[in-house]
Design a protein around this ligand. Structure first.
Ligand code: ZN
Length: 260
């Protein structure tokens, strides 16, 4: 991808209602949306699923998000509230901001982007639906954006990869390649170390996540940082770093898709 544009227009910190990331047209119900390319580029003809984890309204809707679903191996709740920094900046907001930067970056490189939600004030969708949206649109690659609530002494990012369960068998191999491309791009582009407590060298296979258990497209999760760690909390609440993280993710996805 070309050099990242200067983030100088973006303030250093963001509030819960920050609107500095690129605007996304909000669907009537804040649900999924599909967005055409804004320019031609190396991702012409590609479709990318961008899944911002959780949702801003989840905490107020326990009866909806605590409903049990089948994740391909076992029961799991429809969704969760996600974590937050010690000062209360929510993971749902961080994920949403990174997703908006990432969507703009990918569209400018020629990709069509499918988002699993188009606001941060709704509830869900359930993790099963988040997987189904990527499958139904036959996206060429997918990424679920998250940040972790780990031990305060630990920091860094981790890529969560699928483990074969029958449904996802065909995408375990390609997802490992996507994960390796993302790990390389994120370590360099976001300047974030691999997690000191989750996975090995930034890679952690997971059997308990519907989003990758039920996926039939190459897909991984990225835990961008540890929101409970002071150094990482300073990053996740910075618009400049959110944009940087998104650009790094876009670069990793671009590397993966150019190989295919
Ligand atoms: Zn999360």
């Amino acid at each position: 991808m070309p050099a990242r544009p200067s983030p100088s227009r973006i303030p250093d910190s963001v509030s819960e209602n920050d609107s500095s990331p690129p605007a996304i047209p909000r669907n009537a119900d804040g649900g999924p949306g599909r967005f055409s390319p804004t320019a031609a580029g190396s991702l012409d003809g590609k479709v990318v699923l961008v899944d911002p984890g959780h949702n801003g309204g989840n905490a107020g809707a326990p009866s909806t998000i605590n409903r049990l679903i089948w994740n391909g191996r076992e029961s799991e709740t429809c969704d969760t509230t996600g974590t937050e920094t010690d000062s209360g900046y929510t993971e749902a907001q961080f994920n949403w901001n990174v997703a908006r930067y990432l969507t703009a970056d990918l569209r400018a490189e020629g990709a069509t982007v499918v988002l699993t939600r188009t606001s941060n004030t709704g509830v869900g969708p359930c993790v099963t639906q988040r997987a189904a949206i990527g499958n139904e649109t036959r996206a060429n690659a997918g990424v679920s954006i998250h940040a972790d609530g780990g031990p305060p002494s630990g920091r860094g990012f981790a890529i969560l990869e699928p483990v074969a369960d029958g449904i996802n068998n065909a995408i375990v191999g390609p997802s490992a390649i996507l994960g390796a491309d993302l790990r390389s791009a994120f370590g360099t582009g976001a300047g974030e170390p691999a997690s000191s407590y989750d996975g090995v060298d930034g890679i952690q296979p997971r059997k308990d996540l519907a989003g990758i258990n039920l996926s039939t497209i190459p897909k991984v999760f990225i835990e961008c940082a540890n929101m409970r760690n002071a150094a990482d909390a300073a990053l996740v609440t910075s618009s400049a770093w959110q944009a940087k993280a998104a650009w790094a993710i876009a670069s990793g996805i671009t590397t993966f898709l150019k190989e295919r």
